[in-house]
Design a protein around this ligand. Structure first.
Ligand SMILES: [Zn+2]
Length: 321
């Protein structure tokens, strides 16, 4: 190549690096794709709805020293930053007869970036008025905060809220609130404030675990994280999915180390026992799982890692099938 030809190539390359004026002036959009993801379970449509996400501090986890936790996260995350990401997910079930929301997200309770369930429900093609049942896995703020709008009024005005009696007895009892430590009292007050408008309207009801609430939809008791923490099994057309609430808060860490409890557990010992039993069961039965805090959409399969832990395989993005 002559010096002249070389110079021409360099000039061409430099010209390619300069953005056209119109492109440089295009404003950036800075919004994410709508937070919903759909699958079919038999003829029933299931839509995961994104509420928000954040990082969890490692101090949240119990049953390991800070040094052990550091090692565990490093072993899982490799060179990625040692932060613990988690989402808040709700799930919408359209049976054709009923539109059922499982948990409501945090509403205004969790601050900026959260409270997007109702927005994403609309983006997914529905309206809050169409929801006729809301099933609660439990009554922590990130699962019930979205039941009320900014004015404190029911956000799902035509819905009946279903929970386990154990959960309602625990959170809606003034005696339990009075007994609770100062830092826990806000949680009791919040549950009472949010659920009272529904209760007064006769729209707070109790399901029985182990018994179908609707054909093919059964609540199951998964105690520990809270006293009445529940999951829901949906079985349609030979397919099955388990909505398991807060069985796992941080997928990378707690699948590999199911023995890790979290600071939010009401009974950490029972929560670990429930997680161990359920992980073994869903791995053995190859049950599709939907989790409230597994990275959105929080739907996937659990398998044994061949040792004492498990692996999470998320669903992939694709057509609704
Ligand atoms: Zn939660």
């Amino acid at each position: 190549m002559t010096i002249g030809a070389y110079t021409r190539v360099v000039i061409l390359l430099l010209a390619a690096l300069v953005l056209p004026a119109s492109q440089a002036a295009t404003p950036q959009i800075k919004t994410q794709a709508p937070g919903y993801y759909r699958i079919m379970i038999g003829k029933t449509e299931v839509t995961a709805l994104y509420d928000g996400s954040s990082t969890f501090p490692l101090t949240l986890f119990k049953n390991a020293t800070p040094a052990e936790l550091d090692r565990q996260v490093a072993a899982i995350n490799g060179n990625a930053p040692k932060v613990v990401n988690g989402s808040v997910n709700s799930f919408l079930i359209n049976t054709g007869e009923h539109l059922i929301l499982i948990d409501s997200g945090g509403g205004k309770l969790l601050g900026a970036g959260f409270g997007q369930v109702a927005t994403n429900l609309r983006a997914a093609g529905y309206s809050p008025e169409q929801v006729d049942l809301v099933l609660l896995t439990h009554m922590h703020g990130d699962h019930i905060g979205g039941l009320v709008n900014a004015e404190g009024q029911p956000a799902y005005p035509n819905a009946t809220i279903w929970t386990s009696k154990a959960e309602a007895d625990y959170w809606l009892s003034p005696a339990n609130a009075a007994k609770a430590s100062k830092d826990k009292q806000a949680g009791f007050q919040r549950a009472t404030d949010i659920l009272t408008p529904y209760r007064q309207a006769g729209k707070l009801k109790f399901f029985t675990t182990g018994k179908d609430l609707l054909p093919g939809l059964q609540p199951i008791a998964l105690p520990g994280h809270t006293p009445g923490h529940s999951g829901f099994i949906l079985e349609q057309g030979g397919q099955r999915i388990l909505f398991w609430g807060d069985i796992v808060h941080y997928s990378a860490l707690q699948f590999a180390h199911p023995e890790l409890a979290v600071g939010f557990d009401a009974d950490g010992v029972q929560a670990v026992k429930t997680r161990a039993a359920l992980l073994a069961l869903v791995a053995r039965q190859q049950t599709l799982v939907a989790g409230a805090h597994i990275t959105f959409p929080g739907i996937g399969y659990v398998s044994s890692d061949g040792k004492t832990g498990y692996r999470w395989t998320p669903v992939g993005y694709g057509e609704v099938r």
